[in-house]
Design a binder for this molecule. Structure first.
Ligand SMILES: Cc1cc2nc3c(=O)[nH]c(=O)nc-3n(C[C@H](O)[C@H](O)[C@H](O)COP(=O)(O)OP(=O)(O)OC[C@H]3O[C@@H](n4cnc5c(N)ncnc54)[C@H](O)[C@@H]3O)c2cc1C
Length: 426
């Protein structure tokens, strides 16, 4: 009998396999498709590096950097240009820089005087949260409704492609809730944050050749545990062990499910409830122009609250951060769809490119036709931790000791969450 079977070889499954293997455990990873990496995928097209999933790791992804180092790939890390620290918000049809420091908030036109005063009083707020509080209500309670309306809605669009009024804050932004619990204030929590470790990049980072190099390096380290083209069809609980049914049945003491909630809901009759976890399909349109024909703006890009625009989530300024992704060009990645417009992924490539061009014309004033266009869709989409997510996961954990749920469907949607949760001994 195998100690642990992992279902799915995305970032979460591969990272867990890497840890268990390095601890000397017997582990098997079953992956449905012909490749590893799941949502992390990079295309090389006409000399351009095109990300289908995450553009880069956030500065806070220290666990991911440590994993890359442990895999011997630290010299492959590419840190974003300094300019990429700046982020913008579409506000009254103009791109306004987001304040980078709390003291800059007062100078920003994004909030009026009254809303600013309310936001500044956050450390004094004593009102306790309601159970199952949404992201919107949490931010409105702590900083006032204007901050929730302008910032939280756009931020949630950027991270989840989702709706701040639907997501459960304790599941979607667990660190905010624990900062409030520990420090009585989010601002005090931020001020008391552990200092950034000296060894880790101080800006966004990726790897030479793109994000797929991370899952490639993991794949190389666990290749002997991996079975590709091996979809798991069903899992059976038999006494103190499981039988995992795929191409051939495998007996395992523990099973870790890392596949998205919808396919996971079909693996055991008791998991049908997972199908209730919604997701937000996303389309990314990369457009590029020869350098000099379009202005390269300094920043990571911009986000739009749904009140500003419903036809776009935001735009990443790819070459401002990573010029090597499109040498001699300015490249942008327009993100469309999400819960505000889930039907966008059903548009054909020409329609999506046309929409992305219209957005950039209206928001950034770009009239020039691009010399390069590429469309990528995530039809499964980003899981949405709507109200009840934590209770559902706790219920499933209690009902199925020996079965673990890991990855962006369950324990955090970012690359950092996937790696941190997989490295954590349960
Ligand atoms: C467009 C987009 C942009 C993103 N941007 C960011 C970002 O900027 N920052 C960030 O931190 N994160 C971002 N992410 C999220 C990040 O990609 C995910 O957190 C991470 O890749 C999820 O990995 P996972 O292993 O949990 O799941 P997945 O990548 O979904 O892997 C699951 C694996 O399970 C396999 N599988 C499915 N069904 C079965 C079955 N029955 N049997 C066996 N195998 C099966 C799948 O083929 C897949 O390989 C983005 C994602 C997308 C799609």
């Amino acid at each position: 009998m195998i100690e642990t079977v992992i279902v799915g070889a995305g970032l979460a499954g591969l990272t867990l396999a890497h840890r268990l293997k390095s601890e000397g455990q017997e582990v098997r990873v079953l992956e449905a498709s012909a490749r590893t990496g799941g949502s992390i995928a990079t295309d090389q097209v006409d000399g351009m590096t095109i990300e289908r999933g995450p553009q880069a790791c956030p500065t806070t992804a220290i666990a991911v950097y440590d994993l890359i180092s442990a895999l011997g790939a630290a010299e492959q890390v590419v840190v974003a240009q300094e300019a990429a620290r700046k982020r913008f918000l579409l506000h009254d049809r103009r791109l306004e820089p987001l304040p980078q420091k709390f003291k800059d908030v007062a100078k920003s036109p994004l909030l009026g005087m009254r809303a600013m005063g309310r936001a500044m009083s956050e450390p004094l707020v004593r009102r306790a949260p309601d159970p199952g509080e949404t992201v919107y209500d949490f931010i409105a309670r702590r900083f006032g409704p204007a901050v929730a309306e302008r910032f939280a809605t756009a931020f949630v669009a950027g991270v989840y492609g989702g709706d701040a009024r639907e997501l459960e804050v304790g599941a979607a932004f667990e660190d905010w809730v624990s900062a409030e619990r520990r420090h009585g204030s989010l601002v005090r929590g931020m001020m008391n944050k552990a200092p950034h470790p000296a060894h880790a990049p101080r800006n966004l980072f990726t790897l030479k050749g793109g994000m797929v190099r991370l899952t490639d390096a993991l794949t190389a380290s666990v290749h002997d545990t991996l079975a590709l083209n091996s979809p798991v069809e069903r899992i059976e609980h038999q006494g103190n062990h499981f039988v995992v049914h795929g191409a051939q049945p495998l007996k395992a003491k523990k099973v870790v499910i890392t596949v998205p909630p919808l396919p996971a809901s079909r693996l055991l009759p008791d998991l049908a409830d997972l199908a209730a976890i919604p997701s937000a399909p996303i389309a990314g349109v990369h457009l590029a122009w020869p350098a000099g024909t379009v202005q390269e703006q300094a920043g990571f890009g911009w986000l739009a609250a749904p009140e500003e625009r419903k036809d776009v989530l935001g735009t990443l300024w790819v070459t401002a951060g990573f010029p090597g992704h499109a040498p001699g060009h300015v490249m942008k990645r327009v993100m469309l769809g999400g819960t505000r417009d889930p039907s966008a992924v059903a548009l054909d490539d020409a329609q999506l490119i046309e929409r992305a061009r219209r957005v950039l014309r209206e928001v950034e004033g770009i009239q020039a036709p691009p010399v390069f266009a590429h469309v990528a869709r995530s039809r499964i989409g980003i899981p949405q931790y709507v109200r009840g997510h934590l209770a559902r996961m706790a219920r499933l954990k209690r009902a199925h000791p020996g079965l673990r749920f890991l990855g962006w469907g369950y324990t955090g949607v970012g690359v950092s969450h996937c790696v941190q949760a997989a490295m954590h001994r349960d």
